[in-house]
Design a protein around this ligand. Structure first.
Ligand code: PLP
Length: 406
């Protein structure tokens, strides 16, 4: 099709100040367009080198001495780097540990226990399944009631809905900052204020925000947050997650292991929590799993989150233009926000019959993310995605849809 879309992609790539970062990631031979960087980011080249060097120099070289030489501090030092580069959090409030699900559980339990006498948790119907299940589990354990906000699946949670849902019995409100389906960015500062006015704590899931949109936990006044590192943070499959606890917030998490204590090697009779976010740690930290994340953070620190977000908006803006020009005539709708202020790092496209184009897309090396029943998510990881990739991926989708009845 000669509509100038490819020229426009090449022009955008030429003008992209972050274009050079694409070479910092390992190539995937058969992939023409990777549109699922919001589910699993590409591997930084340095991740492979660092993992090999870690095994040879640190594991073999230091053996058990490695723990006291520095590994024990990794959860906090990496957490502090994440806080500074990605989360808008001053030092001492972030640790890397566990998985997102486990950290959400620890934080939610800690939050409701820190608001004794309050009996309700406010959440929304469109949050990621693990968030809903964990919060329901905590409510069941503690005999609490869930107040569900019905979210519009093409949008997200709005401050006025939260204001209507909270009350003097609310212990905790918990949402995703960027909705995993629609890509809607919640007004976290306003929602946090509303929760605090009601005396409740906030728990934010940043899995779809960290590394793609600007996060400002300290400025929002947020209490607790967690997120994963294998999506826009390129930490690798199953990489450990991160958690934030606002400085000065006195919470006790439920899995009280020895490495979350102030003095683990005192081997004392009781669990005396370490100061700050360190108390969220339970047992031995997953050091090997943190090595790629350290390599990825080098790239993010160099690029800067403001430039990453600016490119993310250009990528999704270009994809929106192509969706309007090519896909809308084929029955595709954009089920997410269009305005820059509310649009996260991915787009949700909907059309009945998407499942039938998935296998042929994969055969052509185009990898989006299918969401039942009729959604395709186009996740555009700013450091590793070119505009040409967006063009080629959506052109393949257009060509296949044109031959596939809805
Ligand atoms: C990806 C994602 C998770 C993943 O949790 P895991 O414990 O890593 O499986 C949780 N919440 C949200 C909102 C996500 O997008």
């Amino acid at each position: 099709m000669t509509d100038g879309a490819r020229d426009r992609a090449d022009e955008l790539d030429r003008g992209d100040p972050l274009a050079g970062f694409r070479d910092e990631f390992l190539p995937s031979g058969d992939v023409l367009a990777y549109l699922d960087g919001n589910s699993l980011g590409r591997p930084p080249r340095a991740a492979a080198e660092r993992l090999a060097a870690f095994v040879a120099d640190e594991w073999a070289g230091r053996l058990i001495r490695g723990w006291t030489d520095g590994w024990l501090d990794w959860p906090q030092t990496l957490g502090d780097r994440l806080g500074r580069a990605v989360l808008g959090a001053a030092a001492g409030q972030v640790v890397v540990a566990d998985s997102t699900t486990v950290l959400l559980y620890k934080l939610a339990r800690a939050a409701v226990d820190a608001r004794p006498g309050r009996t309700r948790i406010v959440l929304d119907t469109d949050n990621f399944p693990t968030d809903r299940y964990v919060l329901a589990g905590v409510a069941a354990e503690r005999g609490l009631h869930l107040d569900w906000i019905e979210t519009d699946p093409a949008e997200g949670i709005r401050p006025e809905q939260v204001a209507a849902a909270v009350g003097p019995d609310t212990a905790l409100v918990s949402f995703s900052h960027v909705a995993y389906r629609s890509g809607w960015i919640a007004d976290a500062a306003a929602i946090t204020r509303i929760a605090h006015d009601a005396g409740a704590l906030t728990l934010w899931d940043l899995s779809h925000s960290g590394g793609s949109v600007e996060v400002a936990l300290d400025d929002w006044g947020a209490d607790l947050a967690a997120g994963c590192t294998y999506k826009y943070l390129n930490g690798g499959p199953g990489a450990p997650a991160y958690a934030y606890v606002r400085a000065g917030l006195d919470v006790r998490q439920p899995i009280r292991g020895w490495l979350g204590t102030a003095e683990p090697f005192a081997m004392g009779p009781e669990h005396v929590p370490a100061p700050g976010a360190r108390a969220l740690i339970s047992g031995t930290p997953p050091i090997l799993g943190m090595v790629p994340l350290a390599a990825s953070l080098d790239l993010i620190e160099r690029a800067g989150i403001a430039a990453i977000r600016a490119k993310s908006l250009r990528l999704t803006g270009y994809a929106l233009d192509l969706a309007d020009a090519w896909l809308a005539p084929l029955g595709v709708t954009v089920a997410g926000p269009r305005d820059d202020a509310r649009r996260g790092g991915h787009l949700m496209l909907r059309r009945p019959g998407f499942e039938r184009v998935l296998a042929p897309l994969y055969e052509r090396g185009v990898i989006p993310d299918y969401r039942r029943p009729d959604g395709i998510r186009v996740g555009l990881s700013p450091l590793s995605t070119s505009f040409r990739e967006v063009h080629d991926g959506l052109a393949a989708l257009r060509d296949l849809l044109a031959r596939t009845p809805a």
